[in-house]
Ligand binder design. Structure first.
Ligand code: AMP
Length: 307
């Protein structure tokens, strides 16, 4: 089943305690698409500048990703520079240059309009709603957002929450969105705003999904999945988007949304996030095999499983 992602394709300059890398291929849609490509067919809608060359496109094509929805404009691609200290869960933004991303007005090509699974990566919620409207027949739509929109575009974000089945955000974003420091209370408040499922990512500690009563007919009890304690987090950039890619990719590959599928999707999300942080940029994600993914999935199971 085809999975569409709309979001940033970018160049990132990253500093971590393990080194620096300048202008590596990044962007939320890039991490998401590569991670999801191990599970299902993936299509991207994005905008890039003249600095995005055949070399960058090849990384996506090599994973079988359909890049025909990536529009090239004159100017520069979105650029993000970030730094991590000892706390791997906290990125400090050093620079953001929107470039051609500033005028991004995503148009879903006709050939993508039959997408059944859609991920609205972190962009202006007004654009997220526009994209959602262009894909009437979607079966399952998930979205992401960030502090910037939570603080500055409340009302628009509220509209976005009404058109997604699931929202994937991190702890701090959830608390900020609900204006409540208790995570379970914040989760209940956000579910009232629209999404049937709320996946809260706890960085290196895993993720929890909360459901609206009766959502998808799969019960209302929350479920928590682990992440693998990784000794050397080389570059945390993209962990959240890779989580989303594994999560959505697995759901799209299953066709049916049962509670077990949802639970396994949470595990595959964690698996892909844990690979993403092992090297700079998308390096580790590019060369995975399905066997490596399954092997790590087993380790994740063992981490929490009891008879
Ligand atoms: P994550 O670490 O999963 O939160 O995502 C990191 C990716 O998000 C990086 O590759 C950045 O290029 C991208 N990014 C950073 N800031 C923004 C933004 N304001 N809008 C869209 N994408 C962004």
């Amino acid at each position: 089943m085809s999975l569409l992602v709309v979001g940033s394709v970018a160049f990132d300059s990253i500093k971590t305690p393990h080194g620096n890398k300048d202008r590596v291929l990044g962007g939320a849609a890039t991490y998401f698409a590569i991670a999801a490509s191990y599970f299902t067919d993936v299509r991207i809608v994005a905008v890039v500048g003249e600095d995005f060359t055949a070399k960058e496109e090849k990384v996506l094509l090599a994973r079988g990703i359909d890049t025909s929805g990536i529009v090239r404009e004159s100017g520069k691609s979105f650029f993000w520079a970030g730094e991590y200290g000892d706390n791997v869960n906290e990125a400090k933004t050093l620079d953001t240059q929107l470039g051609v991303f500033a005028a991004f007005n995503p148009q879903v090509p006709d050939t993508f309009k039959d997408s059944k699974y859609v991920f609205l990566a972190n962009i202006d919620p007004v654009l997220q709603v526009n994209v959602r409207k262009q894909i009437g027949g979607a079966k399952f739509v998930a979205g992401d957002t960030m502090n910037y929109w939570i603080n500055g575009s409340r009302q628009q974000l509220g509209e976005m929450l009404k058109v997604v089945d699931a929202l994937l955000i991190n702890d701090n974003e959830a608390k900020m969105m609900a204006n409540d420091q208790s995570l379970p209370r914040a989760a209940q408040a956000i579910l009232k705003m629209g999404p049937k499922a709320l996946v809260i990512k706890h960085g290196e500690y895993g993720a929890t999904v909360f459901f609206q009563d009766g959502a998808f007919g799969i019960g209302r009890h929350p479920f928590r999945a682990p992440t693998l304690p990784i000794e050397r987090v080389t570059d945390p950039t993209g962990a959240g988007d890779s989580f989303a890619g594994g999560f959505m990719g697995y759901i799209a590959s299953q066709g049916e949304l049962t509670r077990d599928v949802f639970k396994r999707a949470m595990f595959y999300g964690g698996v892909m996030g844990s690979f993403a942080v092992e090297a700079f940029g998308t390096e580790r994600l590019q060369t995975l095999t399905r066997e490596e993914i399954e092997e790590r999935y087993k380790i994740f199971r063992e981490l929490t499983h009891i008879e």
